[in-house]
Design a protein around this ligand. Structure first.
Ligand SMILES: CCN(CC)CCN(C[C@]12C[C@](c3ccc(C(F)(F)F)cc3)(C1)C2)C(=O)Cn1c(SCc2ccc(F)cc2)nc(=O)c2c1C=CC2
Length: 397
């Protein structure tokens, strides 16, 4: 009975030595504020509450919009199948003190939101990273919200009521130029990643921050907890394009990891401005010549670029849904590839860890997976799996 209806499958736990905590942070009362889900090394036994994977029903309505299904139907479908899914991290567990951790800013894909990549984020946190998964407010998320102070219409309370303002996925209008919209959105997304970085650096410096979400998490414990020389940015698909744009905006991002990069939102002008090391991890199916050709334009001689393809994987092998459906339904909806989803995410995470050790200068044992970066391993090949026409001799860079 592993098919839909009883998602017996679970999102895989982190395999590293640290136990993982999770909490949410929203600053400001407007769209300009930050909204992120934090995954972090936690003190064991300080929380036995599991984290709710999709915390508000409005996310189901947004997903229904994104998938072009009726909200009532979709809401029912999602609630039945995913309403009780938890992600393998302890909700509001106390932050583990005594170490400085490297930081990853994570950017979700089109139609996703901050909670849907918890297998990747909890794995990285279990290996000793602090991971801030931002929720973008560019209308590329299925849904997101901010809390504004304006009392809701007809509210009686004198004290300003906090009212959730929901922003839903913006569909393309008939005849609308998608490239222009995505180019505009990727700029906002990259700015939101930089803002999240600045917020985490403020917290690291001990600055008092106001979390407008009613959560009892002690942010002061994060003072001096981030190794500010070891900061990376990472994302899936539209979030990978965001990663590249964010690298060009802020050199505090020392390297980037692009999972199934969708290059359409990027302008060629940004490519020479990305000098940091970049790892491309591609699924087998999400590859086409024009996209790969754009990626190859980032190949500057004095920059470090790596690309691997994981065999038997699809675009949805990176977000969490790939763990939560039975094999048959999963393959029909393109949520699973031929390769076991746990194996697929394991390969992606280990290659990521090896790359991060190399380019953030970590002194862990992640170099044991360096061979994956060379495309050596049972489930990986180096570079891309599509053959390209020979590259025209590139003009001098
Ligand atoms: C028909 C809609 N049409 C809109 C443009 C295309 C829809 N689509 C393919 C989909 C997402 C799919 C999906 C999800 C989730 C279930 C569920 F049932 F399990 F929930 C089912 C079916 C439908 C596979 C993609 O957009 C693929 N994609 C994605 S998918 C990111 C995502 C979104 C929602 C999630 F819940 C999890 C992950 N992120 C990107 O940055 C980019 C692309 C394409 C180019 C850039």
């Amino acid at each position: 009975a592993k098919e839909m209806g009883s998602s017996l499958e679970r999102i895989p736990e982190g395999k590293g030595p640290y136990s993982v905590g999770c909490t949410d942070l929203m600053t400001g009362h407007s769209i300009q504020g930050s909204f992120l889900r934090l995954y972090y090394p936690s003190q064991i036994g300080t929380s036995d509450e599991e984290t709710i994977w999709i915390p508000n029903k409005e996310y189901y309505y947004g997903l229904s919009d994104f998938l072009n299904i009726n909200r009532t139907l979709g809401g029912f479908f999602f609630t039945c199948n995913f309403g009780s899914v938890t992600c393998p991290a302890k909700w509001n567990a106390a932050f583990k003190l005594g170490e400085k951790y490297p930081l990853i800013i994570f950017s979700h894909g089109l139609g996703a939101f901050r909670t849907l990549y918890s297998a990747i984020c909890t794995e990285m946190a279990s290996r000793g990273f602090v991971v801030a998964a931002v929720e973008h407010r560019d209308q590329s998320s299925s849904a997101t919200y901010y809390l504004n102070e304006k009392p809701a219409l007809g509210a009686k309370g004198e004290a300003s009521e906090l009212h959730k303002e929901w922003i839903y996925y913006r569909k393309l209008k008939a005849g609308e130029d998608e490239v222009a919209l995505r180019q505009q959105q990727v700029q906002q997304r990259a700015d939101e990643c930089v803002r999240a970085l600045d917020l985490m650096l403020d917290i690291n410096s001990g600055k008092q921050i106001v979390n407008v979400l009613p959560l009892n998490f002690n942010w002061m414990l994060l003072k001096d907890s981030i190794d500010v020389q070891k900061i990376a940015v990472m994302g899936h698909s539209f979030g990978a394009a965001t990663t590249i744009e964010a690298l060009s905006k802020n050199v505090q991002f020392k390297c980037g990891i692009a999972l199934d990069a969708w290059m359409l939102p990027l302008c060629e002008e940004v490519y020479p401005r990305v000098r940091q090391p970049l790892l491309f991890i591609n699924s087998e199916k999400f590859q086409w010549a024009l996209n790969i050709l754009e990626i190859k334009k980032l190949n500057y001689k004095d920059t470090e670029r790596k690309m691997i393809t994981i065999k038997g994987t699809v675009h949805q092998s990176f977000p969490d849904f790939t763990f939560l459906t039975g094999n048959i339904v999963g393959k029909i909806f393109g949520l699973k590839g031929q390769l076991n989803p746990n194996t697929a995410i394991d390969v992606s995470n280990k290659a990521s860890l090896a790359f991060l050790q190399k380019h953030l200068g970590l002194n862990k044992d992640f170099d044991q997976w360096d061979s994956l970066l060379e495309g050596k391993g049972h489930d990986v090949i180096p570079g891309t799996n599509i053959d390209l026409p020979p590259m025209p001799p590139q003009s001098k860079q």
